[in-house]
Design a protein around this ligand. Structure first.
Ligand code: NAD
Length: 254
């Protein structure tokens, strides 16, 4: 129970990696808010955690909207008393070559993936400072530092997330607020399934092919990333800030 008496907010916790993080945090004793734009998925995730004896609250939030981010934090404080941990995980998956991407697409991908993360940090700061510190974990991606064909907007936004983590770590260290990131490789979530479907590929074959990029020859599981997020969120990583941990089955070493 490494998160006993801690209060966490996990954005995008209605599905995939965020949901696995929320479930793991609940098992480790945290009370948590699931902040997701998808009402059905978010409520479902919270209900599942509460049915297992956890303490989860679903709050519908669009993290790219400053007012909505503020409401999500205020609702968490009203319900659980404070915030100790923020996990920024919600993402817009906008892919393409530069000529395929509209200005609106660019606004959306940066609005959710970068500005949305900053919105949540800004709104959590007063509580984290009041508590004498806290932990922020930003979910980036190996797409932050590798180029992939026709992935311009998404990869550019994820590189910005990795840099957001370093810059925040520098500015917030004096407040004892640690800021770290995880960089997953290909993980089997609905985002991966949607990407495969958008290419019209056979799901099973495409998952096997994507998995071949990893030295471990498979896709990662959301729970495997949740383990890294838990480490960074907890006091087990007390001497870490500004780090981006790669969790990719070895996909990006060559
Ligand atoms: P997912 O689609 O399963 O989950 C993303 C969740 O974010 C959804 O529940 C969605 O409703 C929510 N969301 C989207 N926009 C939102 C907004 N504006 N406000 C609040 N919630 C919003 O995706 P996933 O694969 O679990 O991805 C989670 C994180 O992991 C993302 O940051 C993604 O970039 C990163 N990541 C994923 C992979 C992968 O292979 N799946 C690899 C590397 C990094």
């Amino acid at each position: 129970m490494v998160l006993k008496n801690k209060v966490a907010i996990v954005t995008g916790a209605g599905s995939g990696i965020g949901r696995a993080v929320a479930e793991r945090f609940a098992r480790e004793g945290a009370a948590l808010t699931i902040a997701d734009i998808d009402e059905a998925a978010g409520a479902n995730a919270a209900n599942a955690i509460n049915a297992q004896g956890g303490r989860a609250y679903f709050h519908r939030a669009d993290t790219s909207d400053p007012a909505s981010a503020r409401d999500a934090v205020a609702a968490t404080v009203a319900r659980f008393g404070t915030v100790n941990i923020l996990v920024n995980n919600a993402a817009a998956f906008v892919f393409g070559k530069v000529e395929d991407v509209t200005p609106e697409d660019w606004q959306r991908v940066f609005g959710v993936n970068v500005i949305g993360y900053a919105n949540m940090v800004r709104e959590c700061l007063p509580e984290l400072r009041k508590n004498g510190g806290g932990s922020i974990v930003n979910v980036a991606s190996i797409s932050a530092f590798i180029a992939q064909p026709a992935f311009v907007p998404y990869n550019t936004s994820k590189a910005a997330v990795a840099q957001l983590t370093r810059c925040l770590a520098m500015d917030l260290a004096a407040d004892n607020i640690r800021v770290n990131g995880v960089c997953p490789g290909a993980i089997h979530t609905s985002a991966t399934d949607n990407y495969i479907a958008s290419l019209g590929l056979d799901p099973e074959q495409a998952c096997a092919d994507l998995g071949k990029d990893a030295l471990l020859k498979r896709l990662g599981k959301p729970e495997e990333i949740a383990a890294g997020v838990l480490f960074l969120a907890s006091d087990d990583s007390s001497f870490m800030t500004g780090a981006n941990i790669v969790m990719d089955g070895g996909a990006s070493i060559d």
